[in-house]
Write a protein that binds this ligand. Sequence first.
Ligand code: SF4
Ligand code: MG
Length: 337
Amino acid sequence: KDDLLSVRDLTVEFGPDRAPLRVLHEISFDVARGRILGIVGESGSGKSMTAKAVMGMLPEGGRIAGGEIRLADRNLVGLDAPQLRRLRGRDLAMVFQDPQAALNPVKTIGWQIEEALTVHGMSARDARSRALDLLRQVGIPDPETRIDEYPHQFSGGMRQRVVIAIALANSAPLIIADEPTTALDVTIQAQVLRLLVELRERLGVTVVMITHDMGVVAELCDDVIVMYGGRVVERGAVGDIFAAPQHPYTRALLRSMPQVAGDRLARLPAIPGATPDLAHLPPGCAFHPRCGLAEEVCRRTVPALAPIPDRPQSEAACHVAQREGRLPPEPMREVEA
Ligand code: SF4
Ligand code: MG
């Protein structure tokens, strides 16, 4: 298998060495070239932190305490700030949630795309024609006029297309997108997702998509990892996981997806109970206070991520699914608050 990105046992901590706060616990996943991996979870699950660690952009006070991040066989863990800066844009590029914040309001979008190119060594003239070409690639109409306009002259969806053009500027093989459609209207979201699918087809880019929305995963992704409490709790191909989730949290996420009921969209109630605070994770399986299948062992021992006999091509971290060979249905009962 040709993996572009390989993350192994990635552990991230904050605070002093003698009493560190561990926010990511031995995260492992691979992304094969040309695939789209979804990292899904509620806020506080560690999904954005995972993306930031890969990009070398951990917030102040955060550090990688263990593990490897291999991008095309180069370990990014341990690179210094200038090395990481050179990598960004050229080897991996980012698309953030808010296109407004990602763009400079007082510079034309042409200037911003051209800067992304010249900073990696392209001449100003080549950068201009490349910028026009990029605007065409992301579906901006009339690029010859629009290249000299400012971000406020673009709609939210068009701004996000500009941000994607900047991400594509230096042909970085890996794009990391952190909730890139969350700030957009539903119809615009669908258009931006379609653009990403199209770019993967056309340019063969590899994408890591951070999202809280299983609908986005269904629409866009080939593979998915589900995060909870700073750990990966399930991973596999999207088709397998949608057909038969093997972790109760994944099942709950799927159940809380909007469903088409008659001719309207009905959102089912959110998962009961609160997301855990990464600083005070429940012992054992962090999901146990919200889990309808929790047993004594769940309160004591952290379940390892392992293949489930019924679905050996993917993995889940659940004691009960591992023992039963598949995830049993949940009994009807009140879940502890
Ligand atoms: Fe629920 Fe236990 Fe499985 Fe955790 S390990 S998801 S608490 S059954
Ligand atoms: Mg986030």
